[in-house]
Design a binder for this molecule. Structure first.
Ligand code: HEC
Length: 706
């Protein structure tokens, strides 16, 4: 064969292979490290939690834009079975969507049709729910190299085969003798799966772990707070951190869980983690009221290969209010004072919007993005908040301080979004206060309780209608467009409920957000004008995503209420979200023609009359305390359910001692998420709780709030 002929044949063969390659289905979940680094160029896909390692949640897709918006309709919907909170960001890789739901279940669907490919249920034991401060939620999976990674509520990290949903490996990431949970989405960086955990309301010590994506073997673990100082420190930085603590913090856990946010800069090779609140919140109990308590409420930069500490910035030194810094972080290059700065942006719970230099963690600027009263500003030299002394409630004569914001934060886990085109950050904001009342009686050995060192009973709304309305009307949500360079608002849209969805922005000059009141809407990204909306029937907390298949752009979002506010806020969230709570995945496209079934019948509160009152004032008061330690986080403050879990005031069981004990002490409903309390409550505490619930059943809730 002549050389030229041979080359010709070879070229032909290559051409043929390439053509076949193009036509064939891409390998399933073919996500390489390189593809993740360049996720922004991968227009049609949503490859990682925040779409890119910089977590902008901005998409370059623009087929859906103000001109085409009126034809944006439901393309498909998929019903989900668990009526608990839905918080996940779906991942879309080459036409396949991978999404997690309540109870850490995973589904793979055809992203163009919603048709299910496989489903995986990790069989989380129902009783583990008792360790979850804020519902049995899950915020998403990671996809890499043919595998789908899920962190489960009971602390496992599981790798699934992306084609079949079959487990490839599974590893336990926690010590099960502590009340750890996983609700956050893993990230994959340089072939390692990164996962943290939650539990700082229940009494744990926070950390993040890296596992080899191929094998599940642990590569490194970074603790965020020091352990028992009589034992060797894990690394030199823990020894330094321990100098900022007092008392016997390790007996309480200390906290600092890495329960949600991470970001990665591949050029600087820095992994950023958001660190949570103290365990317990009340610093007086945790650390004798002294010290900065590193690395609580901090952003910490680590080396992704080794977990080695590089720098930190602490947003709330000596935190005492559940002011986590676990909120979403976004990496961007901003023009500040004539220079291009590599920044990290965060709007943590404490109410300040931070712009940091992400090379070294130095503060560039910080201003409050919601009304605040616990501090007057941030000192630009030291980077520390200028606190109002009375904000340290445990020192006050009555142990109380009503703070703006409260533990919901000015912003919680619901992701924000950054449009590099307009230079605006879109924040799902919460405007709400909270009465912090110290619980000086707290001890380190209390289990299955909400161990914050704060009395939640103080947050029960007054019965007086005027006073109630005053509290309720001062709490609301906002979609806030924030200019991070000028540190001021560009526009905002007010929502009636505080617990609205995460945010997406697109090159179509649009911002998408779902609401607690049950709709998804699109706003003009520059002006905030509402341009489009569709009913979702149930509340939306999850952030929308966008992707394209065969030239068609889709907007997809999970629907379903729950989470911290859905479960705990009871009275506050009454009347602000549609019932029943129907969990679903919705996908919209231009010219979509799917329909949701007509709104299901709206439930009215059951009106069975309560059983006769029992107990004296002392017993009811004891029941109040115990209820808010052991029950309120799921059944609502003041024994008023927001509608996601049973409203105990209307339960027939409160008038039936045996039935009540079978559920509460023996756990006959434990597989359904209602754990047994027989080992942690005495008989008289259980009776006191029953007396308190019955007493609450006699407090009428105004008609218009139900
Ligand atoms: C971790 C969340 C959680 C905690 C904490 C919790 N519950 Fe529950 N509870 C549930 C869920 C979920 C159900 C509904 C189970 C089902 O689907 O049947 C439930 C059901 C019940 C029921 C049955 C209601 C009915 O009429 O069907 C009673 C009574 C009850 N809980 C009392 C309590 C008491 C008292 C406490 C505190 C000691 C408590 N619960 C703490 C989640 C919780």
């Amino acid at each position: 064969m002549k050389l030229s002929k041979a080359i010709g044949a070879l070229a032909c063969a290559l051409y043929f292979l390439a053509a076949v390659g193009i036509r064939a289905q891409p390998a399933p979940a073919n996500v390489s490290g390189d593809r993740l680094v360049h996720a922004d160029d991968d227009k049609n896909n949503w490859l990682t939690h925040g779409r890119t390692y910089g977590e902008e949640r901005f998409s370059p897709l623009d087929q859906i834009n103000p001109a085409s918006l009126d034809r944006l309709n439901l393309a498909w919907h998929a019903d989900l079975e668990t009526e608990r909170g839905q918080e996940a960001t779906p991942i879309v890789v080459d036409g396949v969507m991978y999404v997690s739901t309540a109870w850490s279940k995973v589904f793979a669907l055809d992203a163009a049709t919603g048709k299910q490919r496989w489903a995986y249920d990790p069989q989380v034991p129902g009783e583990w729910a008792v360790h979850a401060c804020c519902d049995v939620v899950n915020r998403g999976v990671a996809v890499y190299d043919g595998k789908v990674f899920i962190g489960t509520l009971d602390g496992r990290l599981i790798a699934l085969d992306s084609s079949t949903g079959t487990p490839v490996w599974e590893t336990l990431t926690i010590d099960r003798s502590y009340p750890y949970t996983i609700t956050g989405a893993p990230r994959v960086v340089k072939g390692k799966v990164l996962i943290g955990n939650g539990g700082a309301e229940m009494g744990v010590r926070g950390y993040i772990t890296a596992y080899d994506a191929a094998t599940g073997k642990q590569v490194w673990r970074f603790y965020t707070v020091p352990g028992d100082p009589s034992k060797p420190f894990e690394n030199p930085i823990m020894e330094i951190a321990a100098k900022t603590w007092s008392g016997q913090w390790w007996k309480f856990g200390g906290g600092g869980t890495v329960w949600d946010s991470m970001a990665y800069d591949s050029e600087l090779d820095l992994l950023y983690i958001g660190v949570g609140n103290g365990s317990p919140w009340n610093q007086k109990i945790r650390s004798d009221g002294k010290g900065d308590n590193l690395f609580l409420s901090s952003i910490v930069a680590l080396r992704p290969d080794t977990g080695e500490y590089v720098w930190h910035y602490q947003t709330t030194p000596g935190e005492s209010w559940d002011f986590t810094a676990t909120q979403h972080m976004i990496l961007a290059d901003l023009q500040i004072d004539g220079q291009t700065r590599k920044v990290l942006m965060q709007a943590p719970k404490n109410g300040f919007f931070y712009v940091l230099d992400r090379k070294n963690g130095k503060l560039i600027s910080a201003e409050n993005y919601v009304p605040i009263n616990w501090a007057t500003g941030v000192d630009k030299q030291t980077g520390r908040p200028i606190e109002e002394p009375q904000a340290r409630f445990a020192n006050n004569p009555n142990g109380l301080f009503v703070s703006m914001p409260g533990p919901t934060g000015g912003h919680n886990w619901q992701p924000m979004s950054f449009s590099p085109r307009l230079g605006l950050v879109y924040i799902p904001v919460v405007v709400s206060g909270f009465p912090y009342a110290a619980d000086a009686s707290m001890t380190a050995d209390r289990s299955q309780a909400f161990n914050a060192g704060v009395q939640f009973g103080a947050a029960v709304l007054p019965t007086d209608k005027k006073a109630r309305d005053a509290v309720k009307s001062s709490s609301f949500g906002e979609l806030l467009a924030w200019d991070p360079i000028r540190q001021k608002a560009a526009w905002s849209v007010r929502h009636p409920g505080i617990w609205n969805g995460g945010v997406l922005s697109t090159a179509g000059n649009l911002v998408f957000q779902g609401t607690q009141s049950g709709e998804i809407a699109a706003y003009d990204a520059a002006a905030g004008t509402k341009l489009w909306s569709r009913p979702t029937q149930s509340a939306v907390m999850a952030p929308p995503i966008t992707y394209a298949i065969d030239g068609e752009q889709y907007i997809a979002v999970l629907v379903g209420f729950g989470g911290a506010i859905g479960l705990t806020a009871g009275e506050m969230s009454l009347g602000t979200f549609p019932k029943p709570n129907k969990p679903r995945l919705l996908a919209f496209k231009i010219g979509g023609n799917d329909k949701l079934s007509p709104d299901a019948v709206v439930m009215t509160a059951p009106s069975n009359s309560p059983p006769p009152k029992m107990g004296d004032e002392k017993m009811i008061s004891m029941g109040n305390d115990a209820y808010h330690l052991y029950c309120g986080m799921c059944h609502g403050v003041g024994a008023v359910s927001g509608g996601v879990t049973p409203d105990l005031r209307h339960s027939k069981m409160i008038g039936d001692l045996d039935a009540f004990n079978a559920v509460v002490r023996e756990g006959v409903l434990s597989s359904r998420g209602m754990a047994a309390f027989g080992t942690v409550l005495t008989d008289s505490q259980t009776e006191a709780i029953r007396a308190y619930i019955i007493d609450r059943a006699y407090h009428p809730i105004p008609e218009d709030e139900n």
